[in-house]
Design a protein around this ligand. Structure first.
Ligand code: MLT
Length: 377
């Protein structure tokens, strides 16, 4: 199998793709792609491609709809970098609350002064900050990262309001008891001293934070965005900073028009840039890709239904379609087969397990299939 990498993928993950895999950053006809933040274009989806595996959570750099149309599975790595992002969010929140960056920069300017110690003691009043204990933070988006952030900030003594329209039951169980959950954004806007964003970027969340939203927020709110830049309307946040409507905007996604503004703190997309997270993501991305190519398993796909069953028969035929195929399959009167048919968002994933090689040709004749793959144990 040919695997194409884009970006630097941690060796711990690539190590999992040794036997039976050729991994390169050049191959023109890959069966699989592993990438980090590379903006994948439609022209980089050749006929040979079966799977795109992102070492990270956001998939906005992948043309997911086009992949689905061509029967290409897209995976991400939920949870693998949550701790890294959480730690940087806490760092951003403290940087913004305690004027750490300004104070440290001022020190560099006065470092050569003879009366340095006196100047330090006289000037520290300029850098008085706020404690976060007892303040309210609104966490918008309670997925893997949002929940970790909410629990950690609660542990630091903050009141937490978590916003999500729906919360996965398995994630709810991991949430600290005293975290308040709401599906009403106004509750977050009107009560929060800090607001931190942890939602994916989609067409419906682009410009999620705009002038309207900012107008509903408390005066002097601090906004943190370690999710995606386009969630926040650039002009509106720029205005809010310029007229001091908000106290600070901290983001991992700075732009030319924001860098240098007073009370703007930008970082160069460092959220997942820890050795630990890079390793976790690369391992999970490589496993996602292998499990799909070798056994058709779709746990962690974003565009197919989730199918987790290990292969226990000689052959597995995996079919991706936009229509339900079961009635057609039943008419074939296949012998000695196990059939699973799943649907998610109008996409069907049908898996037929068999030891009977003769059935494979019959299955190949099924109509209305976007992609069919026959896997051999
Ligand atoms: C993510 O979506 O998880 C991050 O953007 C990952 C990264 O920094 O590569």
């Amino acid at each position: 199998m040919n695997i194409r990498t884009y970006n630097k993928i941690a060796p711990e993950g690539l190590k999992l793709l040794r036997e039976g895999y050729e991994v390169s950053d050049k191959t023109e006809d890959p069966n699989g792609i592993i990438l980090r933040s590379h903006e994948l274009t439609e022209s980089e989806l050749p006929e040979s491609l079966q799977v795109v595996s992102r070492a990270g959570i956001g998939v906005n750099n992948i043309p997911v709809a086009k992949c689905t149309e061509r029967g290409i599975a897209v995976f991400n790595t939920p949870g693998a970098n949550s701790n890294a992002v959480k730690e940087l969010v806490i760092c951003g929140l403290l940087l913004a609350s305690r004027k750490v960056l300004e104070a440290s920069q001022w020190l560099e300017w006065v470092a050569e002064e003879n009366d340095l110690q006196t100047r330090i003691e006289n000037s520290k009043k300029n850098y008085t900050g706020h404690e976060i204990k007892g303040k309210t933070v609104g966490v918008i988006g309670m997925g893997n990262i949002g929940i970790e952030v909410a629990n950690a900030l609660n542990g630091l003594g903050m009141k937490v309001i978590g916003y999500n329209r729906t919360l996965k039951p398995e994630l709810r169980e991991t949430l600290n008891d005293n975290i308040q959950l709401t599906s009403d954004l106004n509750e977050v806007y009107t009560n929060s001293d800090y607001i931190t964003l942890h939602i994916p970027l989609t067409e419906s969340t682009r410009n999620f934070i705009n002038a309207d939203a900012i107008n509903k927020m408390k005066e002097n709110v601090l906004i943190l965005n370690f999710a995606r830049g386009e969630l926040v309307n650039e002009n509106d946040i720029r205005d809010a900073l310029s007229n001091s409507r908000i106290a600070c905007y901290v983001t991992d996604f700075p732009t030319k028009n924001l860098i240098g503004l007073r009370n703007f703190i930008g970082l160069p997309h460092l959220g997942a840039s820890t050795y630990e997270a890079e390793e976790n993501c690369a391992i999970m991305a490589a496993n996602n890709l292998r499990n799909y190519l070798e056994e058709g398993i779709t746990i962690n796909t974003v565009n197919l239904p989730a199918f987790a069953k290990k292969m226990d028969r000689e052959y597995r035929i995996c079919l991706i379609s936009k229509t339900e195929l079961l009635s057609q399959i039943n008419e074939l009167n296949l012998k000695d087969v196990d059939i699973t048919s799943l649907e998610k968002n109008g996409i069907f994933y049908t898996v037929i397990d068999t030891d009977n090689e003769d059935e494979i040709n019959t299955i190949n004749d099924i109509k209305g299939v976007i992609r069919i793959r026959t896997l051999v144990k």
